[in-house]
Design a protein around this ligand. Structure first.
Ligand SMILES: [Zn+2]
Length: 190
């Protein structure tokens, strides 16, 4: 009985391990996802509402995309609607679960403390980010707490990897239309 139970428990884990990508293959996959996400966000750059912040959630094991979202703070007048928070919310509703265990979040900018905390509450396996908070702060105000620190001070474990394709992500933030929009975001502050 015990043996049967053990073998039943070990098999799925072994299967998971066997499908795990090697570090170089994982890095190549991460870069590919990030490049695709940058392409998605770049479509907004020539519109009246350019958005540099985009997020995507994929199945960690299969790489299949669950959801992709843009920051929607300006349009919705809701300061919590960062791209990562939207992606997690939409993804959870799609799965009918509050847990995204087995999923990885990709985001063009290192998650702010709110989004990183939400990633932990959602049980995400991993977070891969593009530009660092420090780099993004050159364009728009940020809360200077690294995602790794939020993770380290929580009761969950979530692997944080980045920067990934940060120079490419930088092209979103430094685009003239985006920089013009950032200046108007700053004006709202006063
Ligand atoms: Zn955020």
């Amino acid at each position: 009985m015990t043996l049967v139970l053990r073998s039943h428990m070990v098999t799925p884990q072994s299967a998971m391990r066997s499908r795990k990508l090697s570090p170089p293959a994982q890095a190549a996959f991460d870069s590919e996802r990030m490049r695709d996400l940058v392409k998605f966000a770049s479509k907004t750059l020539d519109t009246p509402a350019p958005i540099a912040f985009a997020a995507e959630i994929v199945n960690t094991k299969t790489g299949e995309r669950l959801v992709r979202a843009l920051n929607n703070v300006g349009k919705s007048k809701d300061p919590s609607l960062h791209a990562e928070l939207r992606a997690v919310g939409i993804g959870c509703r799609k799965l009918g679960s509050f847990s995204l265990k087995g999923y990885t979040l990709y985001t063009t900018c290192e998650p702010c403390p709110m989004c990183m905390a939400n990633a932990m509450w959602a049980n995400l396996d991993r977070v891969v980010y593009g530009l660092t908070i420090t780099e993004a702060a050159k364009f728009v105000r940020q809360i200077h707490i690294p995602a790794t620190e939020v993770e380290a001070r929580s009761d969950w474990r979530c692997k944080v990897d980045g920067p990934c394709e940060d120079q490419l992500c930088l092209t979103l933030f430094s685009h003239p239309n985006m920089m013009k929009a950032f200046r108007s975001w700053r004006t709202r502050k006063a």
